[in-house]
Design a protein around this ligand. Structure first.
Ligand code: SF4
Length: 592
């Protein structure tokens, strides 16, 4: 099928063996690749109720049909497994340059099972799959690991012009439940703990290189589409905003609306917002817009701290979500200090969003005398120390490394800990943005903001955040469109430019499939149903679609808002209905 290689690389890292399986056109037509294909593979190959950190859990890396083509926003790869953080479906995507080289190696998906006895790094290319000893890499941070693996490829593979490398840091090695898989230094498959799964298999790094090219169904259609879109986007306000300010522009917007989570979810506005917003970032760091391959938006902020104790620190970031986690929840009131904590997380291989949430929860535990350790809001150095303790599992870091459900139980804070299914929300308070309550409740990977990016229409006023009735139907349409993004694997920030018509053109030009709106929505619905089936198989109950009680009971001081239990129940029951699920949130069994 056009847009694919029709190949799955299966690796048994314990036996150091690999084989290449064909992927049928029928399966690719049904799933569109990417998330659809990965979900199918997990349902088929992962043993039900498998321990996420056991050798039997599969780690699946995929590209989409658009990867390696000229389509804008297409240089992304996805990572899938059963999550050690939630115990349910794990998915995470990363940009940068890596996906280009994965696509050139000639596989649509790589599925890894087993666990090595010794640390290894794996080289994947057209000539085969090679297992290299990684004893010398074990213990290194993500940056050093990437440098070392890239140097080795350069010195030993004259045919490889460049390569793409994914790595774990000490957090992944030590199986911290929210460890990331990092590429291009600052790009992370950040959520759900896929880095811990890689660490449990003793895989320090994976390198991809090659020269394979996909055949496109209609290269002229793709060429014309890419050219026309670049032209049209020149005056797009959203593109200009992301290019000039990056995601940190959301600090002021969210703060103004009172939906910027602050002081561990006790407030919706930060008084110190001007010290951590996009203006502060651009004034205090020397910033250049930076883009993933195949992107004209360039939302990335390549920055160098200019003054103070972190002068010279270079980082792509911090992104909005990191600023909210450390700047909002932990009340760190300086953008340079947030950049410092961001850098520590990147090097250790920790998810910044979960890390910030857990650090803030630790502050609360300390203030309430639930632990002996002394740490308070804004105490950056103690926070930096705690991040290291988590990655190396020292002291209370060992409890924190097991994720929020364990922490809440151990510290008797279950009534205070903010999470859904074991994953903490993003920087949009659902007491203000009610649709985000539905997003956090129903996302397959826990309290996720990205499956429907519903904050966008609610923040921009396209949809009234307060309205409940009929919201689930609109939400499901956003979710379906962005599920197609995840099957193709496209960057979220092209969501305004790629409506259904543009997606149909992309799919037609790349794969040759002629899909109308219903055809695309039907594939998206199947994928959503399959992720739900996966979670139900792993033991998910409808109670776990509910929000933490505090969102119902604790009024935000600035706006006086909560999301009531009744509102959430209404959203959920409408959503189940729209999805065609029964009252307990169960889809029909899959029919083939
Ligand atoms: S918009 Fe940002 S995240 Fe998306 S492809 Fe461009 S640089 Fe990467």
């Amino acid at each position: 099928m056009h847009g694919f290689y029709n190949t799955l690389l299966r690796i048994d890292v314990h036996r150091k063996k690999f084989e290449v399986d064909p992927i049928s056109d029928a399966l690719l037509k049904r799933t569109l690749g990417g998330k659809g294909l990965a979900t199918h593979l997990l349902l088929q190959h992962n043993p039900p109720r498998v321990d996420p950190l056991s050798p039997a859990n599969h780690l699946v890396l995929v590209t989409g049909p658009v990867t390696g083509t000229a389509i804008w926003g297409s240089c992304r790869h996805g990572v899938f497994a059963k999550s050690p953080q939630t115990g349910y479906y794990a998915e995470s995507y990363a940009g940068g340059t890596m996906a280009e080289y994965m696509a050139r190696s000639g596989y649509d998906a790589v599925m890894i099972q087993g666990a090595s006895d010794e640390p290894v790094w794996i080289e994947i290319c057209e000539a085969g799959t090679f297992f290299h000893n990684a004893r010398d890499l074990w213990g290194l941070d993500t940056f050093e690991t990437e440098d070392r693996v890239k140097s080795w490829i350069k010195e030993n593979r004259s045919e490889a012009e460049k390569c793409g490398v994914v790595s774990i840091g000490p957090a992944g090695e030590n199986q911290v439940h929210f460890a990331v898989i990092e590429n291009d230094y600052w790009r992370s498959a950040g959520r759900t703990g896929v880095g811990a799964v890689m660490g449990s298999k003793k895989i320090k790094s994976i390198a991809f290189w090659g020269n394979k090219r996909k055949e496109l169904a209609d290269a002229d259609v793709v060429k014309g589409f890419v050219k026309e879109l670049a032209q049209r986007a020149k005056n797009d306000a959203g593109v200009k905003a992301y290019k000039s300010m990056g995601t940190p522009m959301l600090v002021d917007i969210a703060n103004h609306l009172g939906t910027f989570p602050t002081r561990y979810w006790q407030k919706g506005q930060a008084e110190h917002a001007e010290n951590i917003n996009a203006t502060a970032l651009h004034e205090r760091l020397q910033v250049t817009p930076n883009a993933c391959l195949r992107c004209f938006i360039a939302c990335g902020r390549m920055g160098i701290v200019e003054k103070g104790r972190h002068a010279g620190l270079k980082i792509e970031g911090p992104e909005y979500e990191t600023i909210y986690a450390f700047g909002g929840l932990c009340e760190v009131d300086s953008i340079e200090e947030i950049a410092y904590l961001n850098d520590i997380c990147d090097r250790l291989g920790l998810d910044t969003m979960t890390a910030g949430n857990l650090v803030a929860l630790t502050v609360e535990a300390s203030r309430q005398g639930k632990i002996d350790e002394q740490i308070d809001y804004g105490q950056v150095d103690k926070m930096a120390q705690l991040l290291g303790d988590i990655a190396y599992r020292r002291g209370i870091g060992d409890i924190l490394a097991q994720g929020i459900k364990t922490v809440a139980r151990e510290w008797d804070m279950e009534d205070q800990a903010i999470h859904v299914k074991g994953m903490e929300p993003a920087g949009y308070d659902p007491r203000v943005l009610k649709g985000m309550g539905l997003a956090y409740g129903t996302s397959d990977r826990g309290a996720c903001h990205l499956r429907a990016t519903f904050y966008k229409p609610e923040i921009s006023g396209i949809i009234d955040p307060e309205v409940i009735e009929g919201k689930a139907k609109v939400f499901a349409e956003w979710e379906d469109r962005l599920t197609i993004f995840d099957a193709l694997i496209l960057c979220r920030f092209y969501r305004d430019l790629y409506q259904w018509a543009e997606l149909a053109t992309i799919i037609h030009g790349i794969t040759g499939l002629n899909l109308d709106l219903e055809g695309m929505r039907s594939i998206a619905r199947d994928i959503t149903n399959n992720t739900r089936r996966f979670n139900l198989r792993e033991g998910l109950t409808p109670e776990e679609d509910r929000l933490p009680k505090r969102f119902h009971t604790d009024v935000l001081p600035e706006t006086g808002k909560v999301i009531t239990e009744e509102q959430m129940e209404r959203l959920l029951s409408e959503y189940y209905k729209v999805r065609g699920w029964d009252k307990k949130g169960r889809p029909e069994p899959e029919v083939r």
